[in-house]
Write a new protein. Structure first.
Lengths: 111, 341
């Protein structure tokens, strides 16, 4: 089953480096070119689900301005989920590109 | 650090279930305060408020943080939507079979465009939508089911408008606030609203329980269609015979048997609160639809036996619906209102 765009970007934001909540929001904003701007409520709804599904886990807690800040990391199952979703999206993009290219060729021949 | 903003945000977070707050509140506050650093206003941004409200609704209706009572309400909504769409899908299937039957037996001929023909075409055009919406909901394709029920509701509304415009006899049907009209509209809008309100993430839509749910509901449709469609096809030209076995009769008999079984389970101390509430809702709708005919029909002492028995069936359904509502509410009250933190 395909995953939603915000979920995909949250998982992708954690690939390679653990991040805290607001760090994930910023990374998702960058990865999506500013299209996906997560609210805190939306982010923690996604994180709760990903943690319960075993795709994300707690990495560590650090003190920041007198508060404990949690860092999250992606699990191996999470990496596999990102890989599968990326492959699915890439296959979709290839199919669309092939179709567009054939239409362009037909239009070129017609003119 | 903006302590007023933090106080307001924590107050907003009280909308979330206690178990969820215990796991995530401190981290959410930390991330939120980080996101509003440098902000001078003490007002919570609207987007943040809406995201927490949406999260609270979703968590309370479905998922691991939903209370047992909330889960029963969710299952009630889900089962009501499935049962209502199953009823519509069987009505639609039998309706198409009846039209085919009438054409085959050539007892109804439409020599030119008539209101009857328009409605017949309309029934054929909308029938697959009811069946498709039911199948999509059974398979857990919620977005497709929502689109389809909206389409079919729009088509039904369109057909009613056409009927009112083309036939002065039916013009009042659109606006007259009669009990029959209101019940007809309630039968159409209730499943649509139920499908729109079902939460996207819900228990029982994955794994083995989803497979079991698919088989049971699709099996119920197949069984209903196999018993109702041939009857509609063969008996279509004989309304008196068709009156004995059609989707409406089947629904009433099914409801009666279902309610008796559910109350038997209550007696065996194994109540099914969501099924009891769904049965009560269906029984209440039937009671409202037939209440005005109760007294004169029950007083009927002559006429054919089925005509004399029919009103008593509705009286029995009303009594059983009341029993289901009371036992369902009592079973619900015994469940905890929230998940322990």
């Amino acid at each position: 089953m395909s995953m939603s765009e915000p979920t995909f970007f949250v998982l992708t934001a954690l690939v390679g480096e653990p991040r805290h909540g607001y760090g994930i929001v910023g990374e998702v904003d960058q990865l999506s070119g500013g299209r996906v701007r997560l609210k805190i409520g939306s982010l923690y709804g996604i994180l709760d689900r990903l943690v319960s599904e075993g795709l994300v886990e707690l990495d560590r807690e650090e003190a920041y301005q007198g508060r404990l800040r949690r860092y999250y990391r992606i699990t191996s199952a999470g990496l596999e989920a990102v890989r599968a979703e990326a492959a699915r999206q890439a296959a979709n993009a290839r199919a669309a590109t092939r179709r567009l290219r054939s239409i362009n060729l037909q239009l070129g021949e017609a003119s | 650090m903006n302590t007023e903003l933090e106080r307001r945000y924590r107050r907003l977070l009280r909308l979330l279930p206690a178990s969820y707050r215990q796991a995530w509140e401190e981290d959410m506050v930390s991330a939120f305060l980080h996101s509003v650093e440098g902000r001078r206003s003490d007002r919570l941004p609207l987007g943040e408020r809406l995201s927490v409200v949406a999260l609270a609704v979703r968590l309370r209706l479905a998922g691991q943080h939903a209370s047992p009572r909330a889960l029963v309400w969710h299952r009630t909504l889900d089962t009501f939507a499935l049962l209502a769409l199953l009823t519509w899908a069987l009505h639609a299937t039998a309706g198409v079979a009846m039209l085919i039957g009438k054409s085959l037996w050539a007892t109804v001929v439409y020599p030119h465009v008539t209101i009857g023909l328009i409605l017949a075409w309309g029934a054929i055009a909308t029938s697959p939508l009811w069946v498709a919406a039911f199948v999509c909901l059974t398979l857990g394709r919620l977005i497709a089911a929502r689109v389809l029920v909206l389409l079919v509701a729009g088509a039904s509304l369109g057909l009613t408008v056409v009927r009112a415009v083309l036939s002065p006899d039916h013009a009042g049907a659109l606006v007259a606030p009669t009990l029959a009209n209101l019940t007809e509209w309630a039968w159409l809008t209730a499943p649509v609203l139920a499908v729109l309100l079902i939460p996207n993430q819900a228990p029982g839509r994955e794994g083995e329980s989803a497979r079991r749910r698919r088989s049971v509901w699709l099996g119920a449709y197949a069984l209903g269609a196999v018993t109702l469609a041939p009857a509609a096809l063969v008996l279509a030209p004989a309304p008196a015979l068709y009156g004995f076995w059609n989707p409406t009769t089947a629904m009433h008999v099914g409801l009666l048997v279902g309610m008796v079984l559910l109350l038997a389970l209550v007696a065996l101390r194994r109540p099914q609160p969501h099924w009891l509430l769904v049965a009560a809702a269906f029984g209440a709708a039937d009671t409202v639809a037939h209440a005005s005919a109760f007294v004169p029909a029950v007083m009927l002492t002559d006429g054919p036996l089925p005509a004399r028995l029919w009103p008593w069936l509705h009286v029995a359904l009303a009594a059983l619906a009341l029993a289901c509502a009371v036992t369902g509410a009592l079973a619900l009250r015994r469940l905890p209102r929230s998940v322990p933190a």
